[in-house]
Design a protein around this ligand. Structure first.
Ligand SMILES: C[S@@+](CC[C@H](N)C(=O)[O-])C[C@H]1O[C@@H](n2cnc3c(N)ncnc32)[C@H](O)[C@@H]1O
Length: 258
């Protein structure tokens, strides 16, 4: 089956964005991040002891989280379909002496993994590019072992709305029907799409896919004076600082396979 044009758009878009995004970002390879300029795993304690656990990171990007997990003693597989993002991750993992199984593949369907393979599925800021949430989540459930954990962070539904930088206010037009964002980088042939889901839609899709939600967070910003302590920062986020300090940027869910 031919890959839909908007999926090719996301893949090509990330290939084009990767170098600049990684250059302007400062992402820790020692602490798992969940949201920019916000607390990471050392404060949120979502993962428990990762030693010897088999993780898969879906939409691993520059693989900083995969590397942090491997350095903490987890066995890690990292999957992304952007060759540029993967190449960055491979090179960082070599620098960090972290052993990771890298796979270039589409994460919308995980047919390349067997049932009951992983102790933990982690996917940070990739869900917003996935069109069929129910298919993705049931695939996450299938590849997890019984009782395995699903850790998701995705763009908060309020991220769909325009920020007025002059008045520091968010223009929420219709929360119940957040618009999709159609985007294109310079030189990109097909547009990519970013989907925003309401909190209820996310929660319901996770539970309907055979998970019990243990934790739901809108990670708090560390604030202007302390943002250097975040595992996810850098110049890339400067233009979003005011907004991030007033409106949640991410929604994080920890759920267990039933
Ligand atoms: C915002 S980056 C997040 C990277 C990483 N998880 C992090 O937190 O730093 C999103 C990544 O998801 C990947 N991605 C998006 N849709 C995907 C898909 N359908 N299959 C595989 N990778 C995908 C992109 O290529 C990109 O590297």
């Amino acid at each position: 089956m031919e890959t839909p044009k908007h999926i090719v758009g996301v893949q090509h878009g990330w290939n084009l964005m990767s170098a600049n995004y990684q250059f302007e970002s400062d992402i820790s390879v020692d602490e798992v991040h969940y949201a920019p300029l916000s607390y990471g795993e050392n404060s949120l304690n979502l993962l428990g002891d990762v030693t010897g656990k088999h993780f898969v990171e879906l939409g691993s990007g520059g693989s900083q989280n995969a590397i942090a997990l491997a350095k903490l003693g987890a066995k890690v597989t990292a999957v992304d379909f952007s060759s540029s993002q993967l190449a960055f991750g491979v090179s960082e993992s070599v620098k960090q002496k972290a052993t990771i199984d890298f796979l270039q593949a589409d994460i919308q369907n995980l047919s390349y993994f067997q049932d009951n393979t992983f102790d933990s599925v982690i996917s940070i800021f990739a869900l917003e590019f996935i069109e069929y949430l129910d298919v993705f989540l049931s695939e996450c459930n299938r590849v997890l072992k019984e009782g395995g954990q699903l850790i998701l962070s995705t763009t908060h539904p309020l991220g769909a709305f325009e920020w007025d930088a002059d008045t520091n206010t968010l223009n929420v037009t219709d929360y119940f029907n957040p618009p999709v964002e159609i985007w294109k980088e310079n030189g990109q042939r097909y547009s990519g799409v970013t989907y925003f889901r309401t909190v209820e839609e996310l929660f319901t899709n996770v539970t309907d896919s055979g998970f019990k939600v243990e934790v739901l967070l809108e990670p708090k910003p560390l604030g202007f004076d302390n943002e250097h302590l975040s595992p996810y920062k850098g110049d890339y986020w400067t233009e979003f600082r005011d907004r991030i300090n007033l409106v949640p940027f991410a929604i994080v869910i920890k759920a267990l396979k039933q």
